[in-house]
Design a protein around this ligand. Sequence first.
Ligand SMILES: [Zn+2]
Length: 373
Amino acid sequence: MENNEVLGRKGPSRRAFLSASAVTAVAAPIVSHAAPAGAAPAGAAVAGTGSALTGRGPSGDLRALLRQVDPARIQATVLRLTQFGTRHTASSQTDPVRGIGAATAWVFEQMQAIAATSSGHMTVQKQTFVQPVSNRIPVPTTITNVIATLQGTASPQRFYVVTGHLDSRVTDVLDFTSDAPGADDDASGVAVVLELARIFATRQFPGTLVFATVAGEEQGLYGSTFMAQQMAAAGNDVQGMFSNDIVGASQAWDGTKPDPFTVRLFVEGIPTAVTSSQISIMQAAGGENDGARRLCRHQHHHAHLERQPRAQPGQVRGVIRETTSPDWTDVINVGSVTTVTLDIAKDNVQFGLRAVDSAGNRSPVAFPGVVTS
Ligand SMILES: [Zn+2]
């Protein structure tokens, strides 16, 4: 585990880890009135405007998909990965049994076998580059990501990315010869990536899904950074990314017992790609990027996200929360419009817009007027 693992943090990628911005073109500014004199307190203002936002459980499709998750297969993958002895980034690239090279070859084989079930919709590549010398890379080192891409059907330029890191380490990050089985950190994440790829491969989704094992993580996030740079250079619209690192740990780093139902969510406060005029809107509305709020709370699942619709007129909802609330609480059906005036005080609440399709699938929430992609 490397702290602050962020896809695109160092590169030109427009959106960081789990940054979502889906609603897009219809997200014209919500024009809000200033609070009238004697306005009710924030709670009352909201309650009088929208209806309570209720959670949405997994759809039947998603439940069927989740039932296919095979714990025994995940466990077998973790065990197999520990048998490479070490997967240290500087370990052997050529030894057929021990080291990062053998582990990479094995993952590539697994991915290829999975892709073979996809009727040609999933492709697998080894993404290799040479990382120059740095403080944790004593000699120029070949680093290889293994990337399975399930091509989207309707909007393939829209990407969701799932990763785990293949490399492992012992306490001394430069020690590449000692055994470093890395069952939890991060064979567990790789096992999740492979299992999700297996389950998703036989299905098709509107957007493109990427299942990747990244390497060079313990040396400084090199694999994921390179992948993010490549995706940015290719113009991929990465709307969300799930990094699986130490999955299912029974203890947190500080010895506390983690809440198994919590997913950590990282969003750029000000998205990298916004223009100065868009920043002005954000400043005027008093908000940052709320796009990914609810993106993966409550065990929202990847498939669920992928089913989320793009906005079209007639399918737009406004969502509202108190400035002190961590989550959206109220919803207003905006209807077939691209601009709407809400009679509530913008000083009291945060706004967002999302698309909703006829099946009730909801897009991630976009900040009004900011996202234009
Ligand atoms: Zn890790």
